[in-house]
Design a protein around this ligand. Structure first.
Ligand code: NAP
Length: 262
């Protein structure tokens, strides 16, 4: 299927690894020019080189910086000639007990996982509407739908973003101009983030990392973790020319882990 987005420009945040990288790769395969960001320069440049090799016909620009800061966002936006597609992403907040979190801990999570995407949306959606095409995809978490006790910072900040997007995604001045906003909710995907979480759980319980990983897989109907490529393919479809009638949705991609009907 031709996604109909070749030649567009995408800003894919937090994309040197994991799910962001999967999204950038899928878009590059579709002929989309990308600006990718991450804080660490070496991994970012290595990913940029991989993406260029995937499709030599597109431009791949790499901007190092923290997307949770105004400077990081300004640099990313300045590098992108126009943002037709915005993939919002950042590292997830640490797990823990809310009794240990102070105001600064909360503000960090809210900055990265709620306000950064909102600021980038604010900077881009009206111009998208002016051009008659725009796709915003926020990488959130299955924890928005089924909260995870130890991930209270993530549950809280991401649900705030979800509520905001739910309203904006239905604004007639955006939707009637072919601008859509959706959230992609990952379950368990085989990325560095998941490996760190598994190692943390293994250290806590005295089990091996493999045992923890196997138990986690056994709790999913798919009996496996998702891959960044699978995540990227879904992202590319939602960013495609065919997805203009999908907006304001929270789309789980979790191998059947969520047990509800809706
Ligand atoms: P990952 O493999 O650890 O990759 C995170 C990427 O984001 C890296 O490229 C990292 O590079 C970049 N990054 C992190 N913080 C950043 C920041 N402030 N500014 C710019 N770049 C930043 O993580 P992932 O598994 O892809 O997860 C992506 C998001 O999905 C996270 O919010 C995570 O909590 C959420 N999620 C993941 C899963 C899962 O199973 N993997 C499940 C649910 C939710 P630098 O560190 O160099 O900046």
């Amino acid at each position: 299927m031709d996604m109909g987005i070749a030649g567009k420009w995408a800003l894919v945040c937090a994309a040197s690894k994991g799910l962001g990288k999967g999204c950038a790769a899928a878009l590059v395969r579709e002929g989309v020019n990308v600006v990718i960001t991450a804080r660490g320069e070496p991994a970012l440049q290595a990913t940029a080189a991989e993406l260029r090799a995937l499709n030599p016909l597109v431009q791949v620009l790499a901007v190092a910086g923290d997307i949770a800061t105004p400077e990081g966002r300004a640099a990313a936006l300045a590098a992108c000639p126009q943002v037709d597609i915005l993939v919002n992403n950042a590292g997830g907040p640490p797990p823990g007990d809310f009794r240990d979190w102070d105001r600064d801990t909360w503000l960090k999570a809210i900055d990265a996982n709620m306000l950064a995407p909102i600021e980038l949306i604010k900077a881009t959606v009206d111009a998208m509407a002016g051009r008659g095409f725009g796709r915003v995809l926020n990488i959130t978490s299955g924890a928005v739908k089924a909260p995870i006790d130890t991930l209270g910072l993530s549950n809280g900040a991401r649900t705030g973003l979800t509520g905001f997007v739910a309203g904006l995604a239905r604004q007639q001045r955006l939707v009637s101009r072919n601008v859509t906003l959706n959230n992609l909710l990952p379950g368990a995907f085989d990325t560095d983030r998941l490996r760190v979480t598994l190692a943390g759980a293994a250290a806590k319980t005295g089990q091996s990392v493999e045992a923890v990983a196997d138990a986690r897989k056994a709790g999913t109907p798919a009996r496996r973790f998702g891959s960044a490529d699978e995540f990227g393919a879904y992202c590319a479809f939602l960013c495609s020319a065919h997805a203009g009638y999908i907006t304001g949705q929270n789309l789980l991609i979790d191998g059947g882990a969520y047990p509800g009907t809706f």
